[in-house]
Design a binder for this molecule. Structure first.
Ligand code: CAA
Length: 283
């Protein structure tokens, strides 16, 4: 059975592990503590049951789950024998570089090392690996929830080879995803670059008293045809993640006019669904 490793079992990591297991891969899923892995496996089980109820799963949920091996902390043992690693840890360049250095040390020489970063430079992450691995470091950016969102951005850093981009696009297709290759490692790639502007515009309208949160979201859902309004989506993504992305993009020279309402929510730790309150309240 082909093997992959997913590093980080949070919102994105658990969904990415689920997708690979559904596609028949043996998956090592790594996180720093047993409790995070337990929660990830519970979330995967819930999601697989949902898909099974709707006839969208080819096999029994337990068969898919049995292909996911939780691993506490040890990136090195998780990447032994893998053809691909997907890193989905916190958006902190130093943490990501540590994961890549460790994976580089222990993964087979031909293995591709991908990052699910939303905003950090692929080229800088690639600095953590040996020169001969640099062509195999690439962005593989999923969207939340990975199991349902059809798109994967495949991002080419300065060293990434065309062969690596091609292989990662093939992996994404095996997971049933559409791919867009992002040829320039620019802040926010394509989707987050545009979403940042949408969120900023939505937020400033409310901050200036031109519209309410509900009015903006209703307009986006009922007129623009989006599945979620800007504020609902920020709550769903996690306002802490929105702040991380905004900050990382600003540091990389993206010209923006950060909206105080988003910054306030971050300061108050009102991150959205995950904390029970963001722009809306969650029971
Ligand atoms: N696995 C399986 N089923 C799931 C699921 C999951 N992970 N998450 C939700 N579902 C199910 C729900 O339980 C629900 O099932 P029932 O019909 O049985 O009730 C069904 O999917 C539909 O969900 P909802 O009724 O909650 O709502 P919905 O019809 O709006 O669909 C959605 C949910 C697919 C998430 C949709 O709202 C959507 O597409 N939203 C936009 C999400 C988006 O834009 N994500 C990208 C964010 S940006 C990002 O991720 C990038 C980044 O770098 C930060």
């Amino acid at each position: 059975m082909p093997k992959v490793a997913v590093i980080g079992a949070g919102t994105m990591g658990h969904g990415i592990a689920e997708l690979f297991a559904m596609a028949g891969y043996e998956v090592a899923l790594v996180d720093v503590a047993d409790e995070y892995l337990k929660r990830a496996l519970q979330n995967i089980e819930w999601s697989l049951k949902k898909l099974a109820e709707k006839g969208q799963l080819k096999e029994d949920p337990s068969a898919v789950l049995s292909r996911i091996r939780p691993v506490v902390g040890d990136v090195c043992s998780a990447v032994v024998g893998v053809e691909l690693m997907v890193e989905a840890v916190v958006e902190d360049i130093e943490v990501k570089k540590r994961v890549f250095a460790e994976a580089d040390r222990c993964a087979p020489p031909e293995a591709i090392l991908a990052t699910n970063t939303s905003s950090l430079p692929i080229t800088e992450i690639a600095e953590a690996v040996k020169p001969e691995r640099k062509t195999k470091v690439v962005g593989m950016h999923f969207f939340n929830p990975p199991v349902l969102m059809p798109l994967v951005e495949v991002i080419k850093g300065q060293y990434t080879s065309d062969e690596t981009v091609k292989k990662v696009a093939e992996y994404a297709q095996k997971l049933g995803k559409q791919t867009v290759v992002v040829n320039r490692d620019v802040p926010g790639f394509i989707v987050n670059r545009i979403l940042a502007r949408v969120n900023e515009a939505a937020c400033w309208m409310v901050a200036r008293g031109e519209a309410t949160i509900q009015e903006v979201d209703s307009a986006l859902i009922y007129k623009a045809g989006l599945p979620m309004g800007a504020f609902i989506l920020m709550d769903y993504t996690g306002i802490d993640v929105i702040c991380f992305i905004g900050d990382a993009m600003l540091k990389r020279g993206f010209k923006s006019h950060p909206c105080p309402l988003i910054l306030e929510k971050c300061q108050q730790k009102k991150y959205g669904v995950k904390s029970g309150e963001g722009f809306y309240k969650y029971p």
